[in-house]
Design a protein. Structure first.
Length: 246
């Protein structure tokens, strides 16, 4: 497959992956990285996925500027995720993550099953979320998981998804993951991991992201809380399975 053909295929994958992003506020990397790594160098796919997360998060915030209203919450959580990622990366340099990945994956699958079959009762009347100590702990742990295993979203998603309604959940998760994506992509750039030889990879897939986010954002208003919660559970289950089998 030529680089041009691969760039167009990545664009199509990014489109479908970011419909999920527009609908839930998270999850595109599970699709893009999992499928893209089969077709191309996994390292370049991961770097590209971080760029697409920046484009997707920024565009969703543009479509929904109220996402920035709750900065007293998402800013400290985002900062703690970055700190946790640095710690996780440092631990990864001396300890292999295999056993931890398995334990984390099994735990996420159990939580995912609860999301799918349980009776979730988020705070339907919540208009904002105030930052507290448990939030700090989960943010730090989620960042650690990202630095140590490459997948930091599930702990935070499970935590917030269990207590927030879909509007507030998406409003806080999008800017948090935007901050995390910017830090990841900046780190990759500082380490010289951004390869622009296949420049179409960095031009065409972001177009697919914009269209995918727009479609997902449109359908968000038409999804009931029950099905939104089930969708979170399904994405979490895929995350847990990926941790176990990789």
């Amino acid at each position: 497959m030529s680089p041009v053909e691969l760039a167009f295929l990545f664009t199509l994958i990014a489109f479908f992956a970011h419909i999920i992003k527009g609908l839930t506020g998270f999850g595109p990397a599970i699709v893009f990285v999992s499928v893209g790594s089969i077709l191309h160098d996994p390292v370049e796919v991961i770097v590209l996925a971080s760029l697409l997360d920046i484009v997707g998060g920024a565009y969703l915030t543009f479509l929904n500027p109220d996402f920035l209203d709750n900065k007293e919450y998402w800013v400290p959580v985002g900062i703690l995720m970055v700190i946790g990622a640095i710690i996780g990366g440092a631990v990864l340099s001396v300890i292999p993550p295999t056993a931890f990945e398995y334990i984390l994956g099994v735990s996420i699958i159990i939580i995912a099953i609860w999301f799918v079959i349980g009776e979730s009762d988020p705070d339907d009347g919540a208009e904002r979320e105030d930052f507290n100590l448990p939030d700090a702990g989960v943010g730090l742990f989620s960042g650690f998981c990202g630095g140590f295993t490459g997948m930091g979203g599930p702990p935070l998603i499970a935590y917030l998804g269990s207590k927030l309604d879909k509007e507030l959940f998406r409003a806080v998760i999008v800017p948090i993951f935007l901050v995390a994506a910017i830090s990841r992509f900046s780190t990759y750039g500082a380490l010289g991991m951004i390869e622009l030889t296949n420049y179409l990879f960095y031009i065409l897939p972001p177009v697919g992201v914009l269209f995918g986010n727009h479609v997902g954002n449109y359908f968000f208003e038409h999804v009931e809380q029950k099905w939104f919660t089930i969708l979170i559970g399904i994405i979490l289950m895929l995350s847990g399975i990926r941790l176990i089998i990789t």
